[in-house]
Design a binder for this molecule. Structure first.
Ligand SMILES: [Zn+2]
Length: 143
């Protein structure tokens, strides 16, 4: 006689209505499986009688201690950027009469090349910035 597996006996003990008729018929006729089912019933009753697991300490305090809050530091003043801005403004003012003739000495073909290459670099930087933006948004969506 082939007996029921432990899984089938446990399913029988936990929910007899969900078991197949073959399992129910075997359980009614086999003393070995009935003994195993009775042992599982005692085991499950003991598990149900156990109190719920509760921490005997305050978990949130321990977790909050581990979380490191980054110190807020003031960003340094961008001295180099300010100096370059002042230099550019001063240079523009100093050469204000010559700015109109700035591109007049450059051959048109070289001027087109400068414009096209500047536009290509700007497009590349813009695409890279957009890609970085999308990656950051995906990282935010995970949280
Ligand atoms: Zn059996």
């Amino acid at each position: 006689m082939i007996h029921l597996t432990d899984t089938e006996i446990q399913e029988y003990v936990l929910d007899r209505n969900a078991c197949s008729t073959q399992i129910i018929a075997h359980m009614q006729s086999c003393d070995t499986c009935k003994e195993a089912a009775a042992a599982y019933e005692i085991l499950f009753a003991g598990i149900r009688a156990q109190p719920d697991a509760v921490f005997d300490f305050e978990l949130s305090e321990l977790v909050l201690e581990k979380i490191q809050v980054p110190e807020r530091t003031r960003k340094p003043v961008p001295v180099l950027t300010i100096l370059l801005s002042i230099l550019c403004a001063g240079g523009s003012y100093f050469f204000r009469n010559d700015i109109a003739h700035l591109f007049s000495g450059i051959p048109p073909l070289l001027l087109y090349f400068i414009i096209i290459s500047t536009g290509a670099v700007a497009l590349f930087l813009l695409a890279d910035m957009y890609k970085g933006y999308q990656q950051k948004m995906m990282q935010l969506d995970r949280y």
